[in-house]
Design a protein around this ligand. Sequence first.
Ligand code: TXA
Ligand code: MG
Length: 317
Amino acid sequence: MIGTDILLAAQLLNDNKLVAIPTETVYGLAANAFEKEAVLKIFEAKNRPHFDPLIVHTYSIEMIAHFTTSFPDKLKLLAQKFMPGPLTLLLPKNNSIPDIVTSGLPNVAVRIPNHALTLQLLKLLKFPLAAPSANPFGYVSPTTAAHVDNQLHNKIDYILDGGECNIGIESTIVGIENNEVIVYRLGGLAIEDIEAVVGKVRLQINQSSNPAAPGMLKSHYAPTKQLFIDDIDNFIAAYKDKNIGVISFQKEYSGQNIKCKTLSISGNINEAAHNLFAALRYFDGTNVACIVAEKLPNSFLGRAINDRLQRAAHKNN
Ligand code: TXA
Ligand code: MG
């Protein structure tokens, strides 16, 4: 069921049920983060391996102190500047967070989503919400309630409809080691904005497809159709007999065998991020044989977009 009833959503979550929640990044698949039984249902619904930990969502920086044991100064600065927002911080967890949430790791990933409906819901609850993106494991993240419903409708008790996600790509994940700020996942908060607050950061972007390291999976965000990253004109010229899906940044492509999604005609990188996942999903419902996407300028959210494209394509390129 899809709706905007936060009282119903709260009641279901109190009963250890699953509810999909809107955020400014992507939709999450939420359950009571303090209840192991509830959290297990998330892994089942997504078909997600237990070595891939979950992000815990709450509504204020004060609330974070209830389930963590310390808050390093630099991360606190980032929290004060960017929360609520597309930032996830790795902080040492206390015993209220079951090990299943963090895949046994000592740190818990924490985020305050910047979405009015979900913030209202979180304030109604006596517990934070564990929530990964609300897609089957490995598939493209959902940015509308309909995306969630298309794939998980029989596995979730309620989808809270908060409209299209403003930002459209997942949060940036940040932690700290030896007082050095480290970015583990590129996302909706640009590195440039983080560095303006805490100085130079180290990028340690998960490149491994070996699940020995929890949360570090290379292939992700992938549509069913094969995706290639290439120069679009060259690709079209080489495959002129095939139906091709094109994901371009600014330019519109047309032709008998071409279906095109242009991410931002005006060349706005935020608008491109907002449209990316819907574009990747769109082609799975069409007759195109494959998809070609071009790289975007590699700064601000362009870096996170290129990262997502690369992961979506990595089986092919
Ligand atoms: O924007 C977002 O972050 C969305 C919305 C729903 O909040 N959530 C999201 O969750 O993208 P998910 O599960 O699709 O990606 C979370 C990733 C994990 O795959 C893992 O890489 C990392 O966060 N992660 C979570 N907990 C961690 C931990 N304790 N240590 C290291 N990495 C962690
Ligand atoms: Mg995900």
